[in-house]
Design a protein around this ligand. Structure first.
Ligand code: ABT
Ligand code: MG
Length: 149
C-alpha cells in the first residue's frame, strides 16, 4: 500500500493542533505507521527543503522549521499521497478551501501548519530522510475490510 510523509510544523505544534490534525487523517481511514516528535537540525531541514535552496524564502524557511518541535509521521493507505495533500489544502492558507487543514487554521504561506509529500518519489525520499526502517511499524487495523472492498 502507498505511504506518505507528513510533518506538523512548529506552528501547528505551538498552536496545539497536533490532535486535531492527526484526528482528521485517522478518521479519513488512513493508517499511522510512523510517529515521532523531532527537534529538527539545520542539516535535516536543508536536506528536506533542498528543492527550494535557491529560492529567496529558503533561509527563513529553514529558520522556521528548526524553530521548535515538529511531529514527523508516515501514513499509509490507497492513494494517501494525493489525498493527504487535498486534506492539507493549498500551500497558501488564504487560498486553501475551508474544510482543509490550512483553510481552517492558517492565514500565512510561511506558517502553513503541515507538510505533505507531493509525489511518490518525494514520499520515498522524505520517509527515508526522516525515519529509519525500524521506526516504521508494519500493521493493519482490524477494520481494514470496512475501509476497502
Ligand atoms: P510543504 O508541504 O511545506 O512542502 O508545502 P507545499 O508543498 O504546499 O508548498 P511548497 B511550494 O513546497 O512550499 C514549501 C515551503 O515554502 C514556503 N513558501 C513557499 C514560502 O514561504 N513562500 C513561497 O513563496 C512559497 C512558494 C511554504 C512552505 N512551508 N512553510 N512553512
Ligand atoms: Mg512541498
Amino acid at each position: 500500500m502507498e505511504r506518505t510523509f507528513l510533518a506538523i510544523k512548529p506552528d501547528g505544534v505551538q498552536r496545539a493542533l497536533i490532535g486535531e490534525i492527526i484526528s482528521r487523517l485517522e478518521s479519513k481511514g488512513f493508517t499511522l505507521v510512523g510517529l515521532k516528535l523531532v527537534k529538527v537540525s539545520r542539516e535535516l531541514a536543508e536536506k528536506h527543503y533542498d528543492v527550494h535552496k535557491e529560492r529567496p524564502f529558503f533561509p527563513g524557511l529553514v529558520d522556521f522549521i528548526t524553530s521548535g518541535p515538529v511531529v514527523a509521521m508516515v501514513w499509509e493507505g490507497d492513494g494517501v499521497i494525493a489525498s493527504a495533500r487535498k486534506i492539507i489544502g493549498a500551500t497558501n492558507p488564504l487560498n486553501a478551501e475551508p474544510g482543509t487543514i490550512r483553510g481552517d487554521f492558517g492565514v500565512s504561506v510561511g506558517r502553513n501548519l503541515i507538510h505533505g509529500s507531493d509525489a511518490p518519489e518525494t514520499a520515498t525520499r522524505e520517509i527515508s530522510l526522516w525515519f529509519k526502517d525500524e521506526e516504521l511499524v508494519n500493521w493493519q487495523p482490524t477494520i481494514t475490510p470496512w475501509l476497502y472492498e
